[in-house]
Design a protein around this ligand. Structure first.
Ligand code: PMT
Length: 225
């Protein structure tokens, strides 16, 4: 008999970085590869969920059985996420750029004169906070937190501030000297209303399966059938 504890559930996952254009050839980005988010989408699908994956610019193949929507910028990601609602659970794994260039230069910026141009930034929408405050808030809303210091304390604060049910915190400084962003392993702390579950370092696929199993249990409590 197959183990499909997420059968009948619709799960939304965001993954990857966002690219914030400055001019036709330049952008602001970060080191997220999308691996952790894609692994979560794959795990949820393997456990029977219908999965919508909103992916930033990454070079990963679409996991089997997953509906994928590709986006570039934070604002596009925000629109795609809103369109995908309602869902039973959402996991925001994407490393959304907090800021974008205030101005988009329609032509490539030229190197002229002596002074380099000043890059002015403006804030991007906080997708997780918006979904949390929205009318179609999923019954189970999960954010990730990429931290380099006070990992658990910052995650607890983020959980409250963004009104997420769980925050999965990862120390992105390094795991055994290898970076979490772009790497194949992760060590996470799942911060819920009940407490903190610490998982040892393991491949991102295994982090994903553990999280998807925990989501299935939680959904059966929140929304029994
Ligand atoms: O992609 P990989 O190479 O596999 O690396 C995985 C990862 C390190 C990117 C991933 O595990 C991770 O930690 N993702 C969250 C990264 C992040 O942006 O953390 P944050 O603390 O800045 O944001 C907290 C939460 O708010 C996240 O759920 C994020 O998706 C969300 N957010 C942030 C900013 C913003 N404007 N909108 C958001 O929705």
């Amino acid at each position: 008999p197959e183990h499909r504890p997420l059968f009948g559930r619709h799960v939304l996952v965001t993954a990857g970085p966002t690219h914030e254009p400055i001019d036709p050839v330049r952008y602001i980005a970060n080191r997220s590869s999308g691996k952790q988010g894609f692994a979560i989408a794959a795990a949820a699908a393997a456990l029977g969920a219908r999965v919508t994956l909103v992916a930033g610019p990454v070079t990963l193949p679409t996991p089997p059985g997953v509906d994928r929507i590709d986006v570039i910028s934070a604002r596009e990601m925000s629109d795609a996420v809103k369109k995908a609602l309602p869902v039973d659970a959402a996991v925001m794994v994407a490393a959304v750029a907090d800021w974008r260039s205030k101005e988009y230069h329609g032509e490539k910026m030229k190197k002229r004169g002596s002074a380099p141009p000043a890059l002015l930034l403006t804030e991007n929408p906080d997708i997780l906070a918006q979904v949390a405050a929205g009318k179609q808030r999923p019954k189970l809303l999960i954010g990730f937190a990429a931290e380099t210091e006070d990992v658990i304390e910052n995650a607890k604060v983020k959980r409250k501030r963004k009104a997420a049910d769980w925050i999965v915190a990862n120390d992105v400084t390094s795991v055994n000297g290898k970076g979490v962003m772009g790497g194949d392993a992760n060590a996470v702390h799942i911060v819920t209303g009940e407490g903190v579950e610490d998982l040892p370092e393991m491949p991102k696929e295994q982090v994903a399966l553990a999280l998807a199993e925990k989501m299935a249990v939680a959904l059966d409590e929140i929304d029994p059938r």
